[in-house]
Design a protein around this ligand. Structure first.
Ligand code: SAM
Length: 485
């Protein structure tokens, strides 16, 4: 499809087609530039901004142009309306639940040359480490003993050291490891872009979400930031989610690494990517991550000139929330407690807790920085994170039910778009919180948690669902585990 757009005062014909299979057409550089120019021109156009805010209030989402206008908006009272709406939408779709997970780094062998990542191939002084299956088992037991039920596995790209067979074997080990009442019920996978066949194998291994950060949607910058290795190929990387969908993975998670390129460019690209998936597969991304570049071994974030401050970060989160209301949003321990607190209420629905970003980091007694992928800002234990969430009025959830009840992809989105997700998520959240409190929590967290469960039960509508929930909560007290709706 060809569109005529006005770029820098002149008319230009561009290829932009959300349904195209080609990266350069569904993430059209010219369309992004035109969007940014239009948004900048209208950043004080109150009438237009009101129209977009009214559309966002319908909770059906916004396209990349409308969303970019809100991001550019310079009228302060309108920005306050945006934040208020983001809070409301968060409450409508996710209530006060926050899902918890932990990353598990399997191997830091990597053949790529990513400029921002300490695992880059030229870094010869970090110790390279790939866990054996026995080491993975020990790490998983340590994670289970903390209370985790959901992991995101991470690995560098290295066809010799970390082939797909290694990843598949590790997934099997993780699911099979059971210690006391612990079990990992959902494994999300963050590995490099791969083939349709490999995605099919990951699906067969029963992964939850496939996660791949785009890093940057700006092709020229992408190629400069990934000078060597298979990740250099922009189209192959950008079209990975299409191959994942073709391989049968219908839950995919997008993200950019904020700081590498201008944030407004990335934001428009991110929404275009979501629009593309929706247009072609009828299902948008299951989640969006918003990582910011961090200090790491030989990486200095100040060397990247596009870093964003906390206010901009919060605005990005709010704009994503109102533009894709039904998409989960994830932040990691890259963010400090303060920054996490602020964005939790603006739309974030999933956070990591008690994380280690080094290979083998959960069984080592001290922080082992030398194999870490990035420095952690939030170093609290999972128990401390759970207590903190409870004190802020959130319900920490260890729920993995959607995945095990096959509410994924289109069927998940259908439930979500009708806001029915509450019917499942609140009871599942409360049941998994109770499991956590009984099995792993400190006395203080236990007290806070049981008070929160009581409060939620008082608000819960009377009826068959509540009766079933109360019955299951009783069964959990008597030792039963893993009930779900
Ligand atoms: N090797 C896989 C790939 O290429 O997509 C998995 C990536 S890595 C284990 C997970 C993510 O960490 C990367 O996609 C990148 O966005 C992020 N990352 C790398 N270096 C970082 C840094 N210095 N600060 C923050 N995040 C970083």
């Amino acid at each position: 499809m060809c569109y005529d757009v006005n770029i820098n005062g002149g008319t230009q014909s561009i290829m932009y087609n959300p349904k195209s299979a080609k990266a350069e057409e569904f993430i059209s550089h010219e369309e992004i530039l035109d969007t940014l120019e239009w948004a900048d021109k209208n950043k004080n156009n109150e009438e237009l901004i009101n129209k977009v805010l009214d559309k966002a209030r319908l909770r059906k989402g916004l396209d990349h142009r409308e969303a970019s206008l809100l991001l550019a908006c310079e009228i302060e009272p309108k920005n306050q309306e945006l934040y208020a709406l983001a809070r409301e939408i968060k409450e409508d779709y996710y209530g006060n639940r926050i899902v918890l997970f932990a990353p598990l780094y399997l191997s830091n062998y990597c053949v790529n040359g990513c400029i921002y990542c300490p695992y880059h191939k030229k870094n010869t002084h970090i110790p390279r480490k790939k866990m054996t299956q026995e080491e993975i088992r020990r790490e998983v037991i340590a994670l289970q003993d903390m209370g985790h039920k959901r992991l995101a596995i991470e690995a560098g790209e290295d066809p010799v050291n970390n082939p797909i067979e290694y990843i598949l074997e590790s997934i099997k080990t993780i699911y099979e490891t059971k210690h006391k009442n612990g079990s990992i019920r959902r494994i999300n996978v963050n590995i490099a872009a791969t083939t349709v066949e490999n995605y099919r194998r990951l699906k067969e291994a029963q992964i939850g979400t496939y996660v791949l950060f785009q890093e940057t949607y700006h092709k020229e910058s992408y190629e400069r930031l990934h000078p060597t290795g298979p990740k250099h190929n922009y189209a192959y990387h950008t079209e990975a989610m299409d191959r994942a969908m073709q391989g049968g993975i219908d839950d995919v998670s997008l993200g950019v690494l904020f700081g590498l390129e201008r944030y407004k460019y990335e934001f428009a690209g991110l929404l275009m990517h979501a629009e593309h998936l929706e247009a072609v597969y009828g299902v948008g991304p299951h989640a969006i991550s918003v990582p910011r570049i961090k200090k790491a071994d030989d990486i200095d974030p100040s060397a990247f000139e596009n870093g964003i401050d906390d206010d901009t970060f919060a605005k990005i989160v709010a704009c994503i929330r109102v533009s894709t209301p039904y998409t989960g949003m994830i932040i990691s321990t890259r963010e400090s407690q303060k920054s996490r607190e602020r964005v939790l209420e603006l739309g974030v629905s999933q956070i990591s807790g008690g994380s280690r970003t080094s290979v083998g980091g959960y069984t080592e007694q001290v922080y082992e920085e030398d194999t870490a992928q990035f420095d952690i800002s939030d170093r609290r234990s999972l128990d401390e994170v759970v207590a903190w969430l409870l004190k802020l009025g959130h319900i920490p959830s260890f729920c993995t039910a959607c995945y095990s009840s096959h509410r994924t992809g289109e069927s998940f989105m259908a439930v979500c778009k009708n806001e029915q997700i509450h019917n499942f998520c609140t009871p599942n959240g409360l049941m998994t919180l109770k499991e956590y409190l009984l099995d792993y929590a400190s006395p203080e967290t236990k007290k806070l948690g049981f008070e929160a469960i009581d409060r939620e039960l008082k608000k819960f509508p009377e009826g068959a669902m509540k009766d079933a929930l109360l019955k299951n909560l009783d069964l959990i007290s008597s030792g039963g585990r893993n009930y779900k709706f």
